[in-house]
Design a protein around this ligand. Sequence first.
Ligand code: ZN
Length: 148
Amino acid sequence: MSLDDLYREVILDHFEHPRNRGKLEPHDVYEHGSNPLCGDKLDLYLNFDQQGKIKDVKFEGSGCSISQSSISMLTEAIQGKSYDEIKKIITNFKEMMLENKPNPFTEDEDLEELASLEGVKKYPVRVKCALLGWTTLDEAIDKKFIKK
Ligand code: ZN
């Protein structure tokens, strides 16, 4: 099996068996996101522990396999992480999708699945699908930690 095939299977698995699907009631932060270009939608719920780390994350969403699998991977990637750690993952993910740098996740045991989405770059119109969860997450955690 080639790496491309393997990555396709990872994406399909998350699309068909999304992790952490559902609502969180009560929740600390809720954020809605959408990608009108493709029709992808996301409702993201976050709960934090006393130290400000992610205690629980759930999502409801609809749309294409790229958007939904990316969100499903995201919910696993940020479990137990702090604001700074999440910001770093978001930055790395955006760089992976928007710039030509070595993939930041291939050497990272915990975040290796995220590397599977790099192939989406070949289809520029789909990059926004892959980013939807991450831009929504970015706004959600800023809402919690950056007082506006
Ligand atoms: Zn999409």
